[in-house]
Design a protein around this ligand. Structure first.
Ligand SMILES: NC(=O)CC[C@H](N)C(=O)O
Length: 193
C-alpha cells in the first residue's frame, strides 16, 4: 500500500517566530516543513506560513529578498497562505500604519497593536466553528481585524473584535497558534493546502 503524499509547508524565515511553527508542523502526519527565504523555493510548496514577529521588519525583508510579487503570485495560484499575528498584518489590504507594506492577499483592514502593546499580551480560549471548541490562543501585541469585505469569513472574536478570518485559500489569525500544545488550527490550515 502506498502512503499518502506528504504536503510541503514553508515557513517564511525572515524574522519572528519561525522555529515554533516548524516544530508544530513537524508534529503533524504527512507534513514536510521547510524554511523559506528565496522566491525560487515557493514552487516546491503546498502552503506558506507568514509568522508573527515585527510586521515592519518582515515587510522590508520581503522586499529586500524579492519575495513581494512571488508571494502574491503564489496566493493567486490558490496555494494556501497562513498569516499569524504580524503575518495577519502583512496579508491584509489596509492598516493605520503606512510603514508596513501589506501584500493585500485578504480584503481586511487591520488595526496593528489593536489590543495594546507588550503589556496587553494575554492568553484565552476560543471556539472556532469549523475547527473546534476551547482552543488556546496566545496574543502578543496582537492586531485585530477592524473591517472585512463580504467575501471574508470571520472565524473568531475577542471582545467583539475579529481575531481570525479566511478568504478562499488565505487564513489569518491575530494570535500565535504555534505557542500552545494544541495543533488543531495548524491541522486545519494544512488540510486547506
Ligand atoms: N506578535 C506579533 O507578531 C506582534 C505583531 C506586531 N505588533 C506587528 O504589528 O508587527
Amino acid at each position: 500500500m502506498t502512503s499518502k503524499v506528504s504536503k510541503t509547508i514553508g515557513v517564511l524565515n525572515l524574522q519572528g517566530a519561525v522555529s515554533e511553527h516548524l516544530n508544530m508542523l513537524a508534529s503533524l502526519d504527512g507534513v514536510t516543513p521547510i524554511t523559506v527565504k528565496q522566491p525560487e523555493q515557493l514552487s516546491q510548496l503546498d502552503g506558506l506560513i507568514i509568522p508573527g514577529g515585527e510586521s515592519t521588519a518582515i515587510s522590508r525583508l520581503i522586499r529586500q529578498n524579492g519575495l513581494f510579487e512571488p508571494i502574491q503570485t503564489f496566493a493567486k495560484q490558490g496555494k494556501g497562505i497562513f498569516g499569524t499575528c504580524a503575518g495577519l498584518v502583512l496579508c491584509g489590504s489596509a492598516t493605520q500604519h503606512n510603514e508596513v507594506e501589506q501584500l493585500g492577499l485578504m480584503d481586511i483592514t487591520v488595526e496593528r497593536n489593536g489590543f495594546g502593546r507588550q503589556i496587553a499580551s494575554f492568553e484565552t480560549m476560543l471556539d472556532i466553528a469549523p475547527i473546534g471548541k476551547q482552543i488556546p490562543a496566545v496574543f502578543i501585541r496582537a492586531p485585530y481585524i477592524a473591517k472585512t469585505a463580504k467575501q471574508v469569513t470571520q472565524l473568531a472574536f475577542v471582545d467583539n473584535h475579529c481575531v481570525m478570518a479566511e478568504q478562499n485559500n488565505i487564513l489569518v489569525c491575530s494570535f500565535h497558534p504555534e505557542l500552545t500544545a494544541d495543533n488543531r488550527i495548524m491541522r486545519y490550515f494544512v488540510e486547506k493546502c
